[in-house]
Design a protein around this ligand. Structure first.
Ligand code: ADP
Ligand code: ASP
Ligand code: MG
Length: 408
């Protein structure tokens, strides 16, 4: 029998009614003759609520203890879904990440999966059971409980699909696929039927949170096809790109085609004064990179030239920002500035920077609307403009209008 891995996001299991609908969808999949492994996220905003609780206790909660706390969200979902499936007559069993053999490195809050040993899952499948697994979590080789970073249930699903040799991995959410921009921001955003791994990874890294970037990286490495679909949609038919998005290797588009626009609000920009850097070398008290590593900061972009350093860092999995800022100021004074007013808007497409035409067009349209650009970064897949955070949605709409709605 072929194995199917399905992942249901937080909004799909937000309350008991939706949980029961997911149980029914799982039962329908099972009735098609598949072995079914289900990965669940925490219910609704449960992860945010747990984080808020921790913040009430401490502004800089310890990362290990956060992992102990945050994994509880998915544990509640897995047990309730398993109960719901059993209520429908299915034979389900739930497992935590650790029980499923998800082995990670020993970095707390945004650990990486290094190995999957799904023996217990395979045993239960062989017994004819539906296996329900808590997403977003694993156990380190030091036997510490870890979480995989925000949005990490997608990663659990893809990693398990790879380890189990699944036929496909379905990521079910409140949206029926990957769109050319966040449909909550751009009313005319279009669903993209087929995407390559690289395009999807760039979209995810630029802030399109419908699929987690690390999950796509995993899928690419192992050649797993991802179907992004709405939980409310029927089961995939002969052509899953018809009513969802398929992410796979062979999605060829002419080079230079722009597939989407994404934005990211939760970033900080660190900018150095010239006397911190000399000839590309960092001088002065201490080392800024070592400090950032001490705080497990995830860097997004870095630009180091003769006498200046600019860095964009992600705030997503940074939970001791107050302490980091205090430490930066104690060690570097006003030689390092933390800028907390900017966000990033990106357009994505393979070969996007073969000429400067796209960069010019995008910059012109932002300037014409009075949106000041603080920094620009490019790669062969992306152009990113750092702009005032308050104008991010305007910028997404403008760039979508320019590059997707009226393609030249
Ligand atoms: P889940 O809880 O199911 O994991 P997420 O909230 O993580 O769901 O991701 C789904 C959300 O991602 C959608 O509600 C949508 O607003 C947002 N989103 C952002 N960019 C995109 C995009 N390009 N295509 C589709 N959805 C997007
Ligand atoms: N519950 C976790 C989060 O909110 C993981 C996930 O939903 O994928 O980030
Ligand atoms: Mg998600």
């Amino acid at each position: 029998m072929s194995i199917v891995v399905q992942k249901y996001g937080g909004s799909s299991v937000a309350d008991v009614t939706r949980m029961k609908q997911v149980a029914e969808r799982v039962m329908r999949t099972r009735a098609q003759g598949h072995d079914v492994v289900v990965v669940v996220s925490a219910m609704g905003d449960a992860t945010d609520d747990l984080l808020a609780l921790a913040k009430q206790v401490s502004p800089n909660p310890d990362r290990r203890e956060l992992d102990m706390l945050l994994t509880a969200g998915e544990r509640i979902s897995m047990a309730l879904l398993s109960i719901a499936i059993r209520e429908l007559g299915g034979d389900a069993i739930s497992f935590t990440g650790s029980q499923s053999g998800i082995i990670t490195n020993d970095r707390h809050v945004d650990a990486r999966i290094i190995e999957v040993r799904p023996y217990r899952v395979q045993d239960e499948l062989a017994r004819g059971r539906i296996v329900v697994i808590a997403g977003y979590q694993g156990v380190s080789y030091r036997r510490e409980i870890t979480t995989l970073g925000r949005g990490g249930s997608d990663t659990t699903a893809v990693a398990l699909a790879a380890a189990l040799g699944a036929e496909y991995c379905e990521i079910c959410s409140d949206v029926d696929g990957v769109y050319s921009a966040d449909p909550r921001v751009v009313a005319d955003a279009r669903r993209i039927g087929t995407l390559s791994y690289e395009e999807t990874q760039e979209l995810a890294e630029s802030g399109a949170k419908v699929l987690n970037a690390q999950a796509v990286e995993f899928a690419k490495e192992k050649g797993i096809a991802i179907f992004a679909r709405a939980t409310a949609s029927p089961l995939p038919g002969a052509d899953p790109s018809e009513d969802g998005t398929v992410v796979r290797r062979d999605a060829v588009r002419p080079a230079g085609t722009i597939v989407g626009v994404a934005s990211e609000r939760d970033v900080l920009l660190l900018s150095s004064r010239p006397d911190l850097i000399r000839s590309g070398e960092i001088i002065g008290a201490g080392d800024i990179f070592a400090l950032l590593d001490d705080f497990d900061v995830a860097g997004k972009q870095l630009h180091l030239t003769g006498d200046s350093l600019t860095m964009v860092i992600s705030r997503d999995n940074l939970h001791a920002e107050d302490r980091l800022r205090a430490e930066l100021s104690a060690r570097f004074g006003d030689r390092v500035r933390v800028i907390d007013t900017l966000g990033a808007v990106s357009v994505i497409g393979a070969g996007i920077n073969a000429s400067f035409q796209n960069l010019r067009r995008g910059s012109d349209v932002l300037a014409a609307s009075g949106i000041a650009v603080e920094h620009v970064a490019t790669s062969s897949f992306r152009i990113t403009w750092m702009i005032e955070r308050a104008r991010l949605n305007d910028a997404v709409k403008l760039l979508h209008g320019t590059f997707i709605e009226k393609k030249s």
